[in-house]
Design a protein. Structure first.
Length: 300
């Protein structure tokens, strides 16, 4: 057995342990499911962790209303395939009810509006743990997270008040109204994810593979053309060969020029990359500490 396969098996075992530990410690956990590769891998790990039973908790999708059609189609097919319960938190509904605000202008995004929508969805369903696919190598704010990440009764995160996790001992104790975010794949890298997807033959949305798409170039970011984006006077729509390294809201998710149409091609491309997959996310470019500020307010 090669070193890489042993490495992936160790990561898989660690993540399954975290998933089972979360299920044992919390009364009403869920998986935060974006339709991206990381949340898909977490869901796959959960299927393995509790097989032959079905996943004993729902998948929660915070729907911005500005999604890729491919993401929603994949989400619905996966939920049906594994027999999971799906809970949808609607950003549009939160805006209509005055819980969130819709940004205006050419740089408008619903990324911030996801925060109150997510917190409201957690509160309404009384989830005490929300498990997600964040990895420490993605972004410096996420590198500060523990496997069990405490949130106060306002859903806020304090990076200076993280609990120690020595010898894989996790402290899930909380006060009434508080909850945890749990990150089973914290120690994985983007390369680990792609090699594991290949090893396990995990299906993915077609967005991750090279395809022809209408795009707009804005400030070094390639955005998919959509009715949700307002063009600047000097911008034009072009058709290019691209793929996405990360998937989120249409208005902020940057594509990369690529002809990688297979997993082997993507793995080779990731190995040569000198920028993380979030490097061209428009939301992360708003400020140097954009991610950390959103996380403190309750963002995933």
């Amino acid at each position: 057995m090669s070193y890489r396969l042993e490495h992936l098996e160790e990561l898989e075992a660690e993540s399954i342990f975290v998933l089972r530990e979360a299920f044992a410690q919390f009364e009403n956990p869920c998986i935060l499911f974006s339709g991206g590769k990381d949340s898909i891998v977490v869901t796959h790990l959960a299927v393995k962790a509790f097989y032959p039973a079905k996943i004993p908790f729902p998948l929660v999708h915070i729907d911005t209303g500005h999604n890729f059609d491919e993401t929603i189609a994949f989400r619905d097919e996966l939920v049906q395939k594994i027999g999971a319960q799906l809970v949808i938190g609607s950003v549009q509904e939160a805006i209509d009810n005055g819980l969130a605000q819709d940004e205006k202008g050419v740089h408008a995004t619903r990324n911030t509006a996801q925060i109150p929508t997510l917190i409201d969805t957690i509160e309404k369903n009384q989830f005490d743990a929300a498990m997600g696919g964040a990895r420490r190598d993605e972004e410096k704010a996420r590198a500060k997270e523990r496997f069990f990440s405490h949130r106060d009764d306002f859903g806020q995160w304090d990076p200076k008040n993280q609990r120690p996790e020595l010898w894989n001992l996790f402290n899930g104790k909380k006060k009434f109204g508080e909850h945890f975010r749990v990150f089973p794949i914290s120690n994985w890298t983007e390369m680990d994810i792609w090699e594991y997807i290949k090893k396990e033959k995990i299906a993915l949305p077609s967005l991750y593979f090279s395809h022809e798409r209408e795009v707009i170039r804005r400030g070094g970011t390639i955005l998919a053309n959509s009715p949700f984006i307002t063009l600047k006077p000097n911008e034009k729509v072009t058709t290019e060969i691209v793929r996405f390294r990360t998937i989120g809201d249409l208005t902020i998710t940057g594509a990369v020029e690529s002809e990688a149409s297979t997993l082997d091609h993507i793995i080779a491309e990731v190995a040569a990359a000198r920028e993380t997959e979030r490097g061209n996310r428009a939301d992360d470019q708003r400020s140097e500490a954009a991610m950390e500020e959103r996380k403190k307010e309750g963002y995933f």
